[in-house]
Ligand binder design. Structure first.
Ligand code: 9YT
Length: 128
């Protein structure tokens, strides 16, 4: 069994900050942990907007704190996010992720699993 504590992830190699300062991702499970998915706690900082397009991954996101929204680029549809909301990018949906006036805390699962210190490429994706 694997046991992780978020405190051991903070200030370690598994804590990754976005280059634009919009978020921090604490990577509790990575590919090397052998689960077939990765599992992160992500804080989206207040009043930020991030363009994301996970063309190489599927991601499920569950909000546990804060509030924000996802705008689907293709349709302009806006989905509000609050604690208890899950969204799953089953169509590799290109989107804009916004946090409102306080930080949003999300739990994020990726398939295939992240391998380490991925940050968004120019097109909003992570490499594989
Ligand atoms: C929701 C989302 O994708 N945020 C960007 C960071 C990502 N969740 C990660 O690497 O943990």
């Amino acid at each position: 069994m694997i046991i992780k504590k978020i405190d051991e992830i903070r200030n370690s190699e598994r804590e990754v900050f976005a280059e634009n300062g919009n978020w921090v991702s604490r990577r509790l499970l990575l590919k090397e942990d052998g689960m077939g998915f990765s599992f992160n706690e992500t804080i989206i900082f207040a009043n930020t907007e991030t363009h994301i397009w996970y063309k190489n991954h599927l991601e499920a996101v569950f909000c546990v704190d804060g509030a924000g929204e996802v705008e689907l680029v293709e349709t302009g549809e806006i989905i509000p996010i609050e604690p208890g909301t899950l969204y799953a990018l089953n169509k590799h949906d290109r989107h804009l992720l916004r946090a409102h006036d306080r930080d949003m805390r999300l739990l994020c699962v990726f398939n295939p699993p992240l391998v380490g210190r991925e940050v968004h490429q120019a097109d909003g994706s992570y490499s594989i």
